[in-house]
Design a protein around this ligand. Structure first.
Ligand code: BEZ
Length: 248
């Protein structure tokens, strides 16, 4: 999927706004930081403002171009963390917000991160936990089933227990691993839910005819209103895993 960097920075800006609290896990001492999946570079910039020497990487060239435009003094590279090039150096900290659930091969992800970290390097990250946006995903699954289709979750939303095992298997010592609910208001009033669906489940919606898509979105809005509509906006039932781990 190619990202629309402008829409990310306006309609879906909660992605990095919520990530700001993750910055509190960064050490006070100046470090070299790799910001994995930096998007338009908003958090990369905040990391730099804390004094760290940061490089932002993203697979999406649209995001990297926007990041360079918005923050010309910072270092951004188009890179795939699953296939890093030798432009990348060694870092004290691998930081990542709202990215890991997009990556199917978590073993390779952690292996590559470990290889890019200095001795005692830290991984500080947050992403969707098991049960993330559960009511939206369940309702969407029901709608697709009603059309004779199977909903295959494209995202990797994992549990504390499973991720702890994975980290330890990949030679990380877990300092902190926290699972928490983070109800997230969506922008756009009534159209907020469909605009969120069109951003995050564009492939699945793209497999439907225009008529089917419209019916699915209308039914989702109807079925999710009692649970997720809050006076004048939708509130998505996000759940997060927040992790601090040290390379052994
Ligand atoms: C999330 O950031 O939690 C998310 C991303 C894509 C789909 C659903 C949720």
């Amino acid at each position: 999927m190619e990202w629309d960097a402008k829409q990310y920075n306006t309609t879906h800006d909660f992605v990095f706004k919520y990530g700001a609290s993750l910055l509190t896990l960064l050490p006070q001492k100046i470090k070299t930081v790799l910001d994995i999946g930096c998007g338009t570079g908003e958090l990369t910039n905040q990391i730099a403002q804390l004094g760290h020497k940061v490089t932002g990487i993203d697979q999406s060239i649209n995001m990297i171009n926007q990041a360079k435009k918005s923050h010309p003094n910072l270092n951004f590279l188009q890179e795939d963390i699953l296939n890093p090039s030798d432009q990348l150096e060694m870092y004290d900290i691998a930081f990542s917000n709202a990215v890991f659930h997009w990556i199917p091969d978590q073993e390779l992800l952690l292996k590559n991160i470990s290889e890019l970290l200095n001795e005692n390097g830290q991984l500080i990250c947050e992403f969707g936990a098991m049960g993330n946006v559960q009511s939206i995903r369940q309702a969407f699954g029901r709608e697709l089933n009603g059309l004779g289709l199977v909903f295959e979750e494209p995202f990797c939303f994992t549990s504390v227990e499973d991720y702890r095992v994975l980290l330890e298997k990949n030679h990380f010592d877990v300092v902190e691993i926290l699972e928490y609910e983070r109800p997230t208001p969506l922008k756009g009033g009534r159209v907020g839910l469909r605009s969120w669906m069109e951003q995050f489940y564009s492939t699945e919606l793209g497999n439907l005819s225009e008529e089917q898509k419209e019916r699915v979105l209308k039914n989702l809005e109807r079925d999710l209103t009692p649970r997720l509509w809050k006076d004048d906006h939708w509130e998505a039932d996000y759940r997060r895993l927040r992790i601090k781990a040290v390379k052994l």
